[in-house]
Ligand binder design. Structure first.
Ligand SMILES: Cc1ncc(COP(=O)(O)O)c(C=O)c1O
Length: 419
């Protein structure tokens, strides 16, 4: 595949004809294919046979190209560094007693804090553990409950890194269409009826569309999920205090469930820390597996998170950050609307802008000084082409310029299509 001879989605011949082509027995070929399936390189479905995975997990998919001079990068989904707390004073306050093997994996102060926040969000916090970020937590929850070849319902459009993670674990993706209130209940019902045994849901600041689940949608989604009591449901709240809207959880009375609370957006992605709550069995399995590998998340990081989260000045900064992000997002949406451009961004750090031709919009904006994220990695089959703009550090002036340039790009591509 590295040589390009095989492409994502390419169908594979039957075991029998492959065996004849390579001169091996069908049993040997079947064993080889089973191993490739286990590693997520190929996908097998009863009716469609085997094919190369959509994005086989062989090396990074999105390389980092050097940014051309003078180009503004609004593609990365990062928070504004100016709105992250200064960790130095908090680090100085952290207790530095040497911690050795054999201590409890989670600092009691952090589990108390996490419990308080989870309960305030209406999430059961009886069983919690601490992991290295939301994706680490999600991967471990999936490992604890699903097997390669299982299908997972995900938002479409959705978080590209989550798609990669699922594919790398040999899981199949069942796209669920979203609107500004998150997953559409009927689309989720279809994915579950098609056999999805897991669901990953972003309650607010959905990446890339910014959708936020309101009370009515949460009720509808819970009703759909109630029809599938064995399905694993994972809720990924990556924005936390920056969301600016209340969390409406779809997790209630579930048998197998988990909720992640990452500190990446609020306190900084380099802290690599997320709290995970879940049912007793899932948390026990995740903790047991973590104990065999890294053991625990460094207590230095855990106490830093406790210090930061208990600091009034940090609370004030986070409230300001939420307001600044909302204002930056609002301004870009307003500027786009002035040019008649429809866009999405109820909440969070991104604005999602549908366009007729993604590659054209991406390339033309790059020429005009803006690197946006092309929508393709964030889309499966049910969503339309689009680009994503991260508003985290966008100034008023840049917002106006970006909207203006995009309007020109869209007008030009419409004219050239009709010409
Ligand atoms: C939907 C979603 N989940 C989680 C994360 C962050 O994950 P982590 O805690 O692994 O940094 C992001 C970051 O952009 C995200 O968009």
């Amino acid at each position: 595949m590295l040589s390009g001879r095989f492409t994502p989605g390419q169908p594979l011949p039957s075991v029998r004809s492959l065996a004849a082509q390579v001169g091996l027995s069908p049993a040997t070929v079947a064993a080889g294919l089973a191993e490739l399936r286990r590693r997520g390189v190929i996908i097998t479905e009863r009716r469609r046979g085997s094919r190369i995975g959509e994005a086989p997990p062989i090396g990074p998919r999105r390389g980092t190209l050097p940014l051309p001079a003078g180009v503004r990068d609004v593609s990365r989904g990062n928070p504004d560094p100016a709105l992250l707390p200064d960790i130095e004073p908090a680090l100085a306050r952290c207790a530095h007693a040497a911690r050795l093997y054999g201590e409890p994996a989670v600092l009691p102060a952090l589990s108390a804090l996490a419990r308080e926040q989870l309960v305030a969000d209406g999430v059961d916090a009886e069983h919690v553990c601490v992991l290295s970020g939301a994706l680490d937590a999600i991967e471990r929850v999936l490992h604890a409950n699903l097997r390669p070849g299982d299908a997972v319902a995900v938002e479409d459009p959705g978080y590209a890194a989550l798609y990669d993670l699922l594919r790398a674990n040999g899981l199949r993706l069942e796209g669920v269409a979203v609107d500004d209130c998150g997953m559409l209940p009927e689309a989720l019902a279809r994915a579950l009826d098609r056999g999805a045994s897991g669901v990953v849901i972003t309650p607010r600041g959905q990446n890339p569309t910014g959708a936020a689940i309101d009370a009515g949608r949460a009720r509808e989604l819970r009703a759909v999920l109630a029809g599938h009591p064995r399905a694993l449901v994972v809720e990924d709240d990556h924005l936390g205090p920056l969301a600016g809207v209340a969390l409406e959880s779809v997790l209630r009375d579930r048998e197998r469930w988990a909720a992640t609370r990452s500190v990446s957006k609020a306190l900084g992605p380099d802290l690599r820390l997320a709290v995970l709550a879940g049912d007793e069995q899932t948390i026990a399995r995740v903790q047991g597996r973590q104990a065999c590998g890294p053991g625990w998340v460094s207590h230095i990081l855990q106490s830093l998170v406790v210090e930061l989260s208990s600091d009034r000045a940090v609370h004030a900064l986070l409230a300001r950050a939420a307001a600044v992000y909302a204002a930056r997002r609002g301004l870009l949406l307003e500027q786009l609307a002035r040019h008649g451009i429809d866009a999405h961004g109820v909440c969070g750090l991104n604005v999602w802008i549908p366009v007729a031709e993604e590659a054209v919009a991406f390339a033309a904006l790059l020429q005009r000084g803006f690197l946006v994220a092309a929508g393709a990695p964030y889309r499966l089959t049910s969503s339309q082409p689009a680009i994503r703009v991260t508003i985290a550090t966008l100034t008023d002036d840049e917002s106006e310029r970006l909207a203006c340039e995009l309007a020109r790009v869209l007008a030009t591509s419409a004219t050239s299509r009709s010409g």
